[in-house]
Design a protein around this ligand. Structure first.
Ligand code: HXC
Length: 510
Protein backbone atom coordinates (compact mmCIF):
# COMPACT_ATOMS: atom_id res chain seq x y z
CA UNK A 1 0.00 0.00 0.00
CA UNK A 2 2.75 2.40 1.00
CA UNK A 3 4.39 1.76 -2.38
CA UNK A 4 1.23 2.72 -4.22
CA UNK A 5 0.92 5.96 -2.26
CA UNK A 6 4.54 6.77 -2.97
CA UNK A 7 4.04 6.05 -6.66
CA UNK A 8 1.15 8.50 -6.72
CA UNK A 9 3.30 11.15 -5.04
CA UNK A 10 6.11 10.52 -7.51
CA UNK A 11 3.73 10.84 -10.47
CA UNK A 12 2.34 14.06 -9.03
CA UNK A 13 5.83 15.48 -8.50
CA UNK A 14 6.71 14.69 -12.08
CA UNK A 15 3.53 16.40 -13.34
CA UNK A 16 4.21 19.44 -11.17
CA UNK A 17 7.63 19.82 -12.77
CA UNK A 18 6.02 20.50 -16.18
CA UNK A 19 8.70 20.71 -18.86
CA UNK A 20 11.55 20.40 -16.33
CA UNK A 21 13.74 22.64 -14.21
CA UNK A 22 15.77 24.03 -17.13
CA UNK A 23 12.66 25.36 -18.86
CA UNK A 24 11.26 26.64 -15.55
CA UNK A 25 14.51 28.61 -15.12
CA UNK A 26 14.12 30.05 -18.63
CA UNK A 27 10.52 31.05 -17.80
CA UNK A 28 11.72 32.82 -14.63
CA UNK A 29 14.58 34.51 -16.50
CA UNK A 30 11.94 36.20 -18.70
CA UNK A 31 10.31 37.65 -15.57
CA UNK A 32 7.38 35.24 -15.91
CA UNK A 33 5.88 32.96 -13.29
CA UNK A 34 5.15 29.32 -14.12
CA UNK A 35 1.62 28.09 -14.72
CA UNK A 36 1.38 26.69 -11.19
CA UNK A 37 2.91 29.74 -9.52
CA UNK A 38 0.28 31.87 -11.27
CA UNK A 39 -2.49 29.71 -9.87
CA UNK A 40 -1.02 30.08 -6.38
CA UNK A 41 -1.03 33.88 -6.69
CA UNK A 42 -4.55 34.00 -8.15
CA UNK A 43 -6.37 31.74 -5.71
CA UNK A 44 -6.92 31.75 -1.96
CA UNK A 45 -4.13 29.85 -0.27
CA UNK A 46 -4.56 26.07 -0.42
CA UNK A 47 -7.87 26.27 -2.32
CA UNK A 48 -6.75 24.80 -5.64
CA UNK A 49 -8.28 21.47 -6.72
CA UNK A 50 -6.73 20.11 -9.88
CA UNK A 51 -8.34 18.10 -12.67
CA UNK A 52 -6.65 15.90 -15.26
CA UNK A 53 -3.12 16.08 -13.87
CA UNK A 54 -2.16 12.89 -15.71
CA UNK A 55 -3.79 13.55 -19.08
CA UNK A 56 -1.34 12.89 -21.91
CA UNK A 57 -1.54 13.61 -25.62
CA UNK A 58 -2.16 10.80 -28.11
CA UNK A 59 0.00 12.06 -30.97
CA UNK A 60 2.48 9.61 -32.49
CA UNK A 61 3.78 11.74 -35.37
CA UNK A 62 7.16 13.48 -35.49
CA UNK A 63 8.51 11.48 -32.53
CA UNK A 64 5.84 12.83 -30.23
CA UNK A 65 5.27 9.42 -28.67
CA UNK A 66 8.62 10.00 -26.90
CA UNK A 67 7.69 13.48 -25.68
CA UNK A 68 4.93 13.00 -23.13
CA UNK A 69 4.39 15.31 -20.19
CA UNK A 70 1.65 14.52 -17.66
CA UNK A 71 -0.98 17.27 -17.89
CA UNK A 72 -0.07 18.06 -21.52
CA UNK A 73 0.86 21.71 -21.12
CA UNK A 74 -2.11 23.10 -19.24
CA UNK A 75 -3.04 23.04 -15.55
CA UNK A 76 -6.80 23.07 -14.97
CA UNK A 77 -9.13 22.99 -12.00
CA UNK A 78 -11.01 25.20 -9.58
CA UNK A 79 -10.41 27.11 -6.39
CA UNK A 80 -11.64 30.19 -4.58
CA UNK A 81 -11.05 33.94 -4.68
CA UNK A 82 -12.01 35.50 -1.35
CA UNK A 83 -14.03 32.36 -0.67
CA UNK A 84 -15.97 32.37 -3.98
CA UNK A 85 -15.54 29.60 -6.54
CA UNK A 86 -13.81 30.10 -9.89
CA UNK A 87 -12.68 27.63 -12.56
CA UNK A 88 -9.38 28.19 -14.28
CA UNK A 89 -6.83 26.98 -16.72
CA UNK A 90 -3.19 28.01 -16.84
CA UNK A 91 -1.10 27.14 -19.88
CA UNK A 92 2.36 25.82 -19.11
CA UNK A 93 4.88 27.31 -21.54
CA UNK A 94 7.56 24.92 -20.24
CA UNK A 95 5.71 21.99 -21.87
CA UNK A 96 6.05 22.18 -25.66
CA UNK A 97 5.67 25.94 -25.46
CA UNK A 98 2.20 25.64 -23.88
CA UNK A 99 1.01 24.60 -27.33
CA UNK A 100 -2.57 23.42 -27.62
CA UNK A 101 -3.14 19.76 -28.50
CA UNK A 102 -6.42 17.91 -28.82
CA UNK A 103 -6.17 16.71 -25.20
CA UNK A 104 -4.99 20.10 -23.89
CA UNK A 105 -8.14 21.59 -25.46
CA UNK A 106 -10.33 18.85 -23.99
CA UNK A 107 -9.03 19.73 -20.50
CA UNK A 108 -10.02 23.38 -21.01
CA UNK A 109 -13.44 22.37 -22.35
CA UNK A 110 -14.01 20.12 -19.33
CA UNK A 111 -13.56 22.94 -16.81
CA UNK A 112 -15.71 25.24 -18.92
CA UNK A 113 -18.53 22.69 -18.88
CA UNK A 114 -18.17 22.45 -15.11
CA UNK A 115 -18.19 26.25 -14.80
CA UNK A 116 -21.41 26.56 -16.81
CA UNK A 117 -23.07 23.73 -14.88
CA UNK A 118 -22.05 25.04 -11.47
CA UNK A 119 -22.31 28.76 -12.23
CA UNK A 120 -18.80 30.05 -11.59
CA UNK A 121 -16.48 32.34 -13.59
CA UNK A 122 -13.74 30.99 -15.86
CA UNK A 123 -10.29 32.52 -15.73
CA UNK A 124 -7.83 31.57 -18.47
CA UNK A 125 -4.12 32.27 -18.09
CA UNK A 126 -2.76 32.17 -21.63
CA UNK A 127 0.91 31.49 -22.38
CA UNK A 128 1.15 29.40 -25.52
CA UNK A 129 2.84 28.95 -28.89
CA UNK A 130 -0.61 28.22 -30.38
CA UNK A 131 -1.82 25.07 -32.10
CA UNK A 132 0.52 22.09 -31.46
CA UNK A 133 2.24 21.93 -34.81
CA UNK A 134 2.87 18.18 -34.66
CA UNK A 135 -0.86 17.49 -34.31
CA UNK A 136 -2.09 19.55 -37.24
CA UNK A 137 -5.82 19.60 -37.71
CA UNK A 138 -6.53 17.78 -34.43
CA UNK A 139 -5.18 20.85 -32.61
CA UNK A 140 -7.20 23.20 -34.81
CA UNK A 141 -10.31 21.23 -33.96
CA UNK A 142 -9.38 21.56 -30.28
CA UNK A 143 -9.26 25.34 -30.61
CA UNK A 144 -12.65 25.43 -32.28
CA UNK A 145 -14.06 23.30 -29.45
CA UNK A 146 -12.76 25.87 -26.95
CA UNK A 147 -14.26 28.75 -28.99
CA UNK A 148 -17.65 27.03 -29.02
CA UNK A 149 -17.54 26.62 -25.22
CA UNK A 150 -16.55 30.28 -24.83
CA UNK A 151 -19.57 31.25 -26.88
CA UNK A 152 -21.93 29.05 -24.87
CA UNK A 153 -20.53 30.42 -21.60
CA UNK A 154 -20.87 34.04 -22.76
CA UNK A 155 -23.51 35.81 -20.68
CA UNK A 156 -23.84 32.76 -18.41
CA UNK A 157 -20.66 33.05 -16.34
CA UNK A 158 -18.06 35.84 -16.42
CA UNK A 159 -15.01 34.87 -18.50
CA UNK A 160 -11.66 36.56 -17.94
CA UNK A 161 -8.52 36.05 -20.03
CA UNK A 162 -5.08 36.97 -18.80
CA UNK A 163 -2.46 37.05 -21.54
CA UNK A 164 0.90 36.25 -19.95
CA UNK A 165 3.01 35.21 -22.93
CA UNK A 166 2.54 34.63 -26.63
CA UNK A 167 -0.99 34.34 -28.00
CA UNK A 168 -0.94 34.23 -31.78
CA UNK A 169 -2.86 33.06 -34.81
CA UNK A 170 -6.38 31.79 -34.31
CA UNK A 171 -5.54 31.31 -30.62
CA UNK A 172 -6.39 34.96 -30.03
CA UNK A 173 -10.05 34.29 -30.70
CA UNK A 174 -10.73 32.44 -27.47
CA UNK A 175 -9.72 35.45 -25.33
CA UNK A 176 -11.45 37.76 -27.81
CA UNK A 177 -14.78 36.07 -27.08
CA UNK A 178 -14.38 36.38 -23.31
CA UNK A 179 -15.60 39.35 -21.27
CA UNK A 180 -12.29 40.88 -20.22
CA UNK A 181 -8.72 40.57 -21.47
CA UNK A 182 -5.80 41.69 -19.31
CA UNK A 183 -2.22 41.71 -20.55
CA UNK A 184 1.19 41.83 -18.92
CA UNK A 185 3.43 44.61 -20.24
CA UNK A 186 6.57 43.55 -22.16
CA UNK A 187 5.98 39.80 -21.80
CA UNK A 188 2.72 39.18 -23.60
CA UNK A 189 1.47 39.76 -27.11
CA UNK A 190 -1.54 38.94 -29.25
CA UNK A 191 -1.76 39.02 -33.03
CA UNK A 192 -3.47 37.12 -35.83
CA UNK A 193 -0.31 37.13 -37.96
CA UNK A 194 3.16 37.83 -36.57
CA UNK A 195 5.77 40.40 -37.62
CA UNK A 196 7.42 38.12 -40.22
CA UNK A 197 4.20 37.47 -42.12
CA UNK A 198 3.28 41.14 -41.85
CA UNK A 199 6.61 42.06 -43.45
CA UNK A 200 6.15 39.56 -46.29
CA UNK A 201 2.59 40.58 -47.07
CA UNK A 202 2.52 44.33 -46.44
CA UNK A 203 6.20 45.28 -46.29
CA UNK A 204 5.66 46.81 -42.87
CA UNK A 205 8.49 46.37 -40.39
CA UNK A 206 7.13 46.11 -36.89
CA UNK A 207 8.19 44.43 -33.65
CA UNK A 208 6.01 41.91 -31.82
CA UNK A 209 5.55 44.47 -29.03
CA UNK A 210 4.47 47.22 -31.43
CA UNK A 211 2.18 44.87 -33.33
CA UNK A 212 0.45 43.18 -30.43
CA UNK A 213 1.92 44.16 -27.06
CA UNK A 214 -0.05 45.30 -24.04
CA UNK A 215 0.27 49.01 -24.84
CA UNK A 216 -0.94 48.51 -28.40
CA UNK A 217 -4.00 46.56 -27.37
CA UNK A 218 -5.00 48.81 -24.50
CA UNK A 219 -4.48 52.15 -26.24
CA UNK A 220 -4.88 51.54 -30.00
CA UNK A 221 -6.91 48.44 -30.84
CA UNK A 222 -9.01 48.20 -27.63
CA UNK A 223 -8.66 44.41 -27.81
CA UNK A 224 -7.46 44.38 -24.18
CA UNK A 225 -9.11 45.96 -21.15
CA UNK A 226 -6.07 46.53 -18.97
CA UNK A 227 -2.26 46.28 -18.97
CA UNK A 228 -0.23 45.50 -15.88
CA UNK A 229 3.45 45.67 -15.00
CA UNK A 230 4.02 41.99 -14.24
CA UNK A 231 2.33 38.65 -13.61
CA UNK A 232 1.78 39.37 -9.91
CA UNK A 233 0.07 42.70 -10.49
CA UNK A 234 -2.14 41.27 -13.26
CA UNK A 235 -3.29 38.40 -11.05
CA UNK A 236 -3.95 40.61 -8.02
CA UNK A 237 -6.07 42.88 -10.23
CA UNK A 238 -8.03 39.89 -11.54
CA UNK A 239 -8.77 38.95 -7.92
CA UNK A 240 -9.99 42.50 -7.32
CA UNK A 241 -12.24 42.39 -10.37
CA UNK A 242 -13.69 38.94 -9.59
CA UNK A 243 -14.56 40.22 -6.15
CA UNK A 244 -16.89 42.77 -7.77
CA UNK A 245 -18.67 40.39 -10.15
CA UNK A 246 -21.50 37.92 -9.64
CA UNK A 247 -20.56 34.27 -10.09
CA UNK A 248 -23.12 33.78 -12.86
CA UNK A 249 -26.13 35.35 -14.57
CA UNK A 250 -28.59 34.07 -11.97
CA UNK A 251 -26.85 35.68 -9.01
CA UNK A 252 -26.45 39.24 -7.85
CA UNK A 253 -22.95 40.66 -7.35
CA UNK A 254 -21.54 40.12 -3.85
CA UNK A 255 -22.28 42.72 -1.17
CA UNK A 256 -19.13 43.46 0.81
CA UNK A 257 -18.72 45.33 4.09
CA UNK A 258 -17.85 48.97 3.46
CA UNK A 259 -16.10 51.42 5.69
CA UNK A 260 -17.34 54.63 4.13
CA UNK A 261 -20.07 56.82 5.55
CA UNK A 262 -23.51 55.99 4.21
CA UNK A 263 -24.55 59.65 4.39
CA UNK A 264 -21.29 61.22 3.20
CA UNK A 265 -21.90 64.77 1.91
CA UNK A 266 -19.23 66.03 -0.52
CA UNK A 267 -19.28 69.83 -0.40
CA UNK A 268 -16.45 70.00 -2.92
CA UNK A 269 -18.83 68.68 -5.62
CA UNK A 270 -20.80 71.94 -5.46
CA UNK A 271 -17.86 73.60 -7.20
CA UNK A 272 -16.75 70.74 -9.46
CA UNK A 273 -18.33 72.31 -12.55
CA UNK A 274 -16.28 75.40 -13.56
CA UNK A 275 -18.11 78.73 -13.91
CA UNK A 276 -17.16 78.68 -17.57
CA UNK A 277 -19.05 75.59 -18.66
CA UNK A 278 -16.67 75.12 -21.58
CA UNK A 279 -13.72 74.65 -19.20
CA UNK A 280 -12.97 70.96 -18.58
CA UNK A 281 -12.96 69.14 -15.26
CA UNK A 282 -11.95 65.60 -14.42
CA UNK A 283 -14.92 63.22 -14.21
CA UNK A 284 -12.71 60.78 -12.26
CA UNK A 285 -13.08 63.14 -9.31
CA UNK A 286 -16.85 62.72 -9.27
CA UNK A 287 -16.61 58.93 -9.68
CA UNK A 288 -14.15 58.63 -6.78
CA UNK A 289 -16.20 60.91 -4.55
CA UNK A 290 -19.28 58.77 -5.11
CA UNK A 291 -17.56 55.40 -4.66
CA UNK A 292 -17.15 53.57 -1.36
CA UNK A 293 -13.63 54.39 -0.13
CA UNK A 294 -12.98 56.18 -3.45
CA UNK A 295 -12.24 52.85 -5.15
CA UNK A 296 -12.76 52.72 -8.94
CA UNK A 297 -11.82 49.64 -11.01
CA UNK A 298 -11.49 51.22 -14.40
CA UNK A 299 -11.96 49.16 -17.59
CA UNK A 300 -10.18 50.26 -20.80
CA UNK A 301 -8.72 53.32 -19.12
CA UNK A 302 -6.23 53.98 -21.92
CA UNK A 303 -8.69 53.76 -24.81
CA UNK A 304 -11.42 56.25 -25.83
CA UNK A 305 -10.60 58.38 -22.81
CA UNK A 306 -13.58 60.62 -23.59
CA UNK A 307 -15.72 58.07 -21.75
CA UNK A 308 -14.98 56.29 -18.47
CA UNK A 309 -16.16 52.75 -17.78
CA UNK A 310 -15.58 50.58 -14.75
CA UNK A 311 -16.87 49.34 -11.43
CA UNK A 312 -17.34 50.95 -8.04
CA UNK A 313 -19.15 49.86 -4.92
CA UNK A 314 -21.97 51.90 -3.42
CA UNK A 315 -22.84 50.89 0.13
CA UNK A 316 -21.05 47.60 -0.52
CA UNK A 317 -22.85 46.71 -3.79
CA UNK A 318 -21.23 46.71 -7.22
CA UNK A 319 -22.31 49.41 -9.67
CA UNK A 320 -21.12 49.79 -13.27
CA UNK A 321 -20.06 53.32 -14.17
CA UNK A 322 -20.35 54.96 -17.58
CA UNK A 323 -19.31 58.62 -17.54
CA UNK A 324 -18.48 61.22 -20.16
CA UNK A 325 -15.05 62.73 -19.57
CA UNK A 326 -15.01 66.49 -20.35
CA UNK A 327 -11.17 66.49 -20.20
CA UNK A 328 -10.93 64.57 -23.51
CA UNK A 329 -12.64 65.76 -26.72
CA UNK A 330 -14.87 67.83 -24.39
CA UNK A 331 -16.61 64.55 -23.52
CA UNK A 332 -18.07 64.09 -27.04
CA UNK A 333 -19.35 60.69 -28.03
CA UNK A 334 -17.58 59.18 -31.03
CA UNK A 335 -17.04 55.78 -32.63
CA UNK A 336 -14.55 54.46 -30.08
CA UNK A 337 -16.30 55.73 -26.96
CA UNK A 338 -19.66 54.40 -28.18
CA UNK A 339 -18.23 50.93 -28.80
CA UNK A 340 -16.37 50.92 -25.50
CA UNK A 341 -19.39 51.97 -23.45
CA UNK A 342 -21.88 49.78 -25.34
CA UNK A 343 -19.88 46.64 -24.64
CA UNK A 344 -19.58 47.60 -20.99
CA UNK A 345 -23.31 48.31 -20.63
CA UNK A 346 -24.12 44.92 -22.18
CA UNK A 347 -21.77 43.16 -19.78
CA UNK A 348 -23.45 44.85 -16.81
CA UNK A 349 -26.90 44.01 -18.12
CA UNK A 350 -25.98 40.36 -18.75
CA UNK A 351 -24.74 39.99 -15.18
CA UNK A 352 -27.33 42.03 -13.28
CA UNK A 353 -24.96 44.83 -12.39
CA UNK A 354 -26.82 48.16 -11.94
CA UNK A 355 -25.54 51.04 -14.08
CA UNK A 356 -24.80 54.59 -12.98
CA UNK A 357 -24.43 57.01 -15.91
CA UNK A 358 -22.80 60.40 -15.37
CA UNK A 359 -23.54 62.76 -18.23
CA UNK A 360 -21.69 65.79 -19.52
CA UNK A 361 -21.77 65.49 -23.29
CA UNK A 362 -21.87 68.22 -25.92
CA UNK A 363 -22.99 65.74 -28.61
CA UNK A 364 -21.51 63.37 -31.15
CA UNK A 365 -18.13 64.33 -32.62
CA UNK A 366 -18.62 65.82 -36.10
CA UNK A 367 -16.44 65.13 -39.15
CA UNK A 368 -15.75 62.94 -42.13
CA UNK A 369 -13.55 60.56 -40.14
CA UNK A 370 -16.46 59.82 -37.87
CA UNK A 371 -19.10 59.58 -40.59
CA UNK A 372 -16.97 57.45 -42.93
CA UNK A 373 -16.06 55.26 -39.97
CA UNK A 374 -19.72 54.59 -39.32
CA UNK A 375 -20.44 56.69 -36.24
CA UNK A 376 -24.13 56.18 -36.98
CA UNK A 377 -23.87 52.44 -36.55
CA UNK A 378 -21.40 52.61 -33.63
CA UNK A 379 -23.38 55.28 -31.79
CA UNK A 380 -26.46 53.10 -32.27
CA UNK A 381 -24.67 50.33 -30.36
CA UNK A 382 -24.66 52.43 -27.22
CA UNK A 383 -28.23 53.57 -27.76
CA UNK A 384 -29.30 49.96 -28.28
CA UNK A 385 -27.35 48.68 -25.28
CA UNK A 386 -28.94 51.20 -22.92
CA UNK A 387 -32.39 50.72 -24.40
CA UNK A 388 -32.39 46.93 -24.04
CA UNK A 389 -30.80 46.92 -20.56
CA UNK A 390 -33.23 45.90 -17.85
CA UNK A 391 -30.91 46.34 -14.84
CA UNK A 392 -31.44 49.32 -12.50
CA UNK A 393 -30.30 52.48 -14.30
CA UNK A 394 -29.59 55.72 -12.49
CA UNK A 395 -28.44 58.77 -14.45
CA UNK A 396 -27.00 62.05 -13.21
CA UNK A 397 -26.58 64.91 -15.68
CA UNK A 398 -23.89 67.20 -14.32
CA UNK A 399 -23.38 69.54 -17.27
CA UNK A 400 -24.21 69.44 -20.95
CA UNK A 401 -26.68 66.92 -22.35
CA UNK A 402 -27.14 68.02 -25.91
CA UNK A 403 -28.86 66.51 -28.90
CA UNK A 404 -28.88 62.80 -29.65
CA UNK A 405 -26.25 62.27 -27.00
CA UNK A 406 -28.80 63.34 -24.35
CA UNK A 407 -31.15 60.61 -25.56
CA UNK A 408 -28.40 57.99 -25.75
CA UNK A 409 -26.89 58.46 -22.29
CA UNK A 410 -29.44 56.42 -20.32
CA UNK A 411 -32.14 59.06 -20.61
CA UNK A 412 -35.63 58.67 -19.14
CA UNK A 413 -36.83 57.73 -22.61
CA UNK A 414 -34.56 54.66 -22.61
CA UNK A 415 -36.18 53.40 -19.42
CA UNK A 416 -33.87 55.21 -17.00
CA UNK A 417 -35.21 54.50 -13.50
CA UNK A 418 -33.90 57.60 -11.74
CA UNK A 419 -32.81 60.54 -13.85
CA UNK A 420 -31.25 63.26 -11.75
CA UNK A 421 -29.68 66.53 -12.83
CA UNK A 422 -27.44 68.98 -11.07
CA UNK A 423 -28.55 72.63 -11.21
CA UNK A 424 -25.61 73.17 -13.59
CA UNK A 425 -27.12 70.81 -16.19
CA UNK A 426 -27.93 72.15 -19.66
CA UNK A 427 -30.40 69.94 -21.52
CA UNK A 428 -31.09 71.12 -25.04
CA UNK A 429 -30.93 70.23 -28.70
CA UNK A 430 -27.58 71.99 -29.00
CA UNK A 431 -25.42 74.73 -27.47
CA UNK A 432 -26.93 78.25 -27.39
CA UNK A 433 -24.52 79.74 -29.91
CA UNK A 434 -25.05 77.02 -32.51
CA UNK A 435 -28.81 77.11 -32.01
CA UNK A 436 -28.92 80.91 -32.47
CA UNK A 437 -26.89 80.78 -35.66
CA UNK A 438 -29.45 78.42 -37.16
CA UNK A 439 -32.75 79.86 -36.01
CA UNK A 440 -31.65 83.50 -36.42
CA UNK A 441 -29.58 83.11 -39.56
CA UNK A 442 -30.84 86.41 -40.97
CA UNK A 443 -29.25 88.27 -38.01
CA UNK A 444 -25.81 86.71 -38.47
CA UNK A 445 -24.26 90.02 -39.54
CA UNK A 446 -25.38 91.78 -36.36
CA UNK A 447 -23.22 90.79 -33.40
CA UNK A 448 -25.44 92.51 -30.83
CA UNK A 449 -28.57 90.79 -32.02
CA UNK A 450 -26.85 87.41 -32.10
CA UNK A 451 -25.54 87.98 -28.54
CA UNK A 452 -29.07 88.85 -27.39
CA UNK A 453 -30.60 85.79 -29.09
CA UNK A 454 -27.88 83.58 -27.61
CA UNK A 455 -28.60 84.94 -24.15
CA UNK A 456 -32.33 84.28 -24.66
CA UNK A 457 -31.66 80.72 -25.70
CA UNK A 458 -29.31 80.19 -22.73
CA UNK A 459 -31.85 81.59 -20.30
CA UNK A 460 -34.53 79.32 -21.70
CA UNK A 461 -32.63 76.07 -22.20
CA UNK A 462 -29.21 76.14 -20.46
CA UNK A 463 -30.68 74.57 -17.34
CA UNK A 464 -32.31 71.33 -16.18
CA UNK A 465 -35.73 72.80 -15.46
CA UNK A 466 -37.36 72.56 -18.88
CA UNK A 467 -36.66 68.80 -18.84
CA UNK A 468 -37.73 68.61 -15.19
CA UNK A 469 -41.03 70.33 -16.01
CA UNK A 470 -41.75 67.48 -18.41
CA UNK A 471 -40.73 64.76 -15.96
CA UNK A 472 -37.72 63.78 -18.09
CA UNK A 473 -35.65 64.64 -15.02
CA UNK A 474 -37.06 63.20 -11.80
CA UNK A 475 -35.32 65.65 -9.50
CA UNK A 476 -32.75 68.42 -9.59
CA UNK A 477 -30.30 67.52 -6.82
CA UNK A 478 -27.55 69.26 -4.91
CA UNK A 479 -24.16 68.06 -6.20
CA UNK A 480 -22.93 67.59 -2.63
CA UNK A 481 -25.69 65.02 -1.94
CA UNK A 482 -25.13 62.91 -5.05
CA UNK A 483 -23.69 59.88 -3.25
CA UNK A 484 -26.59 59.67 -0.83
CA UNK A 485 -29.24 60.23 -3.51
CA UNK A 486 -27.76 57.73 -5.93
CA UNK A 487 -27.22 55.08 -3.25
CA UNK A 488 -30.84 55.48 -2.07
CA UNK A 489 -32.05 55.23 -5.66
CA UNK A 490 -30.21 51.95 -6.22
CA UNK A 491 -31.38 50.63 -2.85
CA UNK A 492 -34.98 51.30 -3.91
CA UNK A 493 -34.40 49.37 -7.15
CA UNK A 494 -33.12 46.14 -5.57
CA UNK A 495 -36.31 44.27 -6.46
CA UNK A 496 -36.75 45.81 -9.91
CA UNK A 497 -38.50 43.49 -12.36
CA UNK A 498 -38.42 44.31 -16.06
CA UNK A 499 -38.17 42.03 -19.05
CA UNK A 500 -38.08 42.50 -22.80
CA UNK A 501 -40.43 40.76 -25.26
CA UNK A 502 -39.48 37.15 -26.14
CA UNK A 503 -37.06 36.88 -29.03
CA UNK A 504 -34.43 34.41 -30.18
CA UNK A 505 -31.90 37.21 -29.85
CA UNK A 506 -31.82 40.84 -30.82
CA UNK A 507 -30.04 42.30 -33.80
CA UNK A 508 -27.79 44.95 -32.26
CA UNK A 509 -26.04 46.96 -35.00
CA UNK A 510 -22.64 45.21 -34.88
C1 HXC B 1 4.65 22.68 -30.77
C2 HXC B 1 5.88 24.40 -29.92
C3 HXC B 1 5.00 25.33 -30.49
C4 HXC B 1 3.89 24.84 -31.23
C5 HXC B 1 6.52 26.41 -29.45
N1 HXC B 1 6.82 25.11 -29.30
N2 HXC B 1 5.42 26.57 -30.19
N3 HXC B 1 5.70 23.08 -30.06
N4 HXC B 1 3.76 23.50 -31.34
N5 HXC B 1 3.00 25.66 -31.78
C6 HXC B 1 7.92 24.53 -28.53
C7 HXC B 1 9.29 24.80 -29.14
O1 HXC B 1 9.58 23.80 -30.07
C8 HXC B 1 10.18 24.72 -27.91
O2 HXC B 1 10.38 23.37 -27.56
C9 HXC B 1 9.32 25.33 -26.84
O3 HXC B 1 7.97 25.22 -27.31
C10 HXC B 1 9.62 26.77 -26.59
O4 HXC B 1 9.63 27.46 -27.81
P1 HXC B 1 10.81 28.46 -28.21
O5 HXC B 1 10.64 28.74 -29.67
O6 HXC B 1 12.12 27.94 -27.74
O7 HXC B 1 10.43 29.70 -27.31
P2 HXC B 1 10.52 31.24 -27.66
O8 HXC B 1 11.85 31.56 -28.27
O9 HXC B 1 10.13 31.95 -26.42
O10 HXC B 1 9.43 31.49 -28.80
C11 HXC B 1 8.06 31.31 -28.52
C12 HXC B 1 7.25 31.37 -29.81
C13 HXC B 1 7.81 30.35 -30.84
C14 HXC B 1 7.32 32.78 -30.39
C15 HXC B 1 5.80 31.06 -29.45
O11 HXC B 1 7.95 29.08 -30.20
C16 HXC B 1 6.91 30.18 -32.02
O12 HXC B 1 6.91 30.99 -32.95
N6 HXC B 1 6.21 29.06 -32.04
C17 HXC B 1 5.31 28.73 -33.14
C18 HXC B 1 4.11 29.62 -33.15
C19 HXC B 1 3.13 29.22 -34.19
O13 HXC B 1 3.35 29.42 -35.40
N7 HXC B 1 2.09 28.52 -33.75
C20 HXC B 1 1.04 28.10 -34.60
C21 HXC B 1 0.14 29.35 -34.75
S1 HXC B 1 -1.23 29.05 -35.68
P3 HXC B 1 11.65 22.88 -26.74
O14 HXC B 1 11.53 21.40 -26.73
O15 HXC B 1 12.86 23.38 -27.48
O16 HXC B 1 11.54 23.48 -25.38
C22 HXC B 1 -2.36 28.67 -34.60
C23 HXC B 1 -3.62 28.38 -35.24
C24 HXC B 1 -4.70 28.32 -34.26
O17 HXC B 1 -2.17 28.62 -33.44
C25 HXC B 1 -5.95 28.25 -35.06
C26 HXC B 1 -7.18 28.26 -34.25
C27 HXC B 1 -8.37 28.36 -35.10
Amino acid sequence: MQDILEQLEARRDSARLGGGQRRIDVQHSKGKLTARERIEVLLDEGSFEEFDMFVAHRCVDFGMEKQKYPGDGVVTGWGTINGRMVYLYSQDFTVLGGSLSETHAAKICKIMDMAIKNGAPVIGMNDSGGARIQEGVAALGGYADVFQKNIMASGVVPQISVIMGPCAGGAVYSPAITDFIFMVKDSSYMFVTGPDVVKTVTNEIVTAEELGGARTHTSKSSVADGAFENDMEALFEVRRLVDMLPLNNREKPPVRPYFDSHSRVEHSLDTLIPDNTNAPYDMHELVRKLADEGDFFEIQKDFAKNILTGFIRLEGSTVGIVANQPMVLAGCLDIDSSRKAARFVRFCDAFEIPILTLVDVPGFLPGTTQEYGGVIKHGAKLLFAYGEATVPKVTVITGKAYGGAYDVMASKHLRGDFNYAWPTAEIAVMGARGATEIIHRSDLGDADKIAAHTKDYEDRFANPFVAAERGFIDEVIMPRNTRVRVARAFASLRNKQLSNPWKKHDNIPL
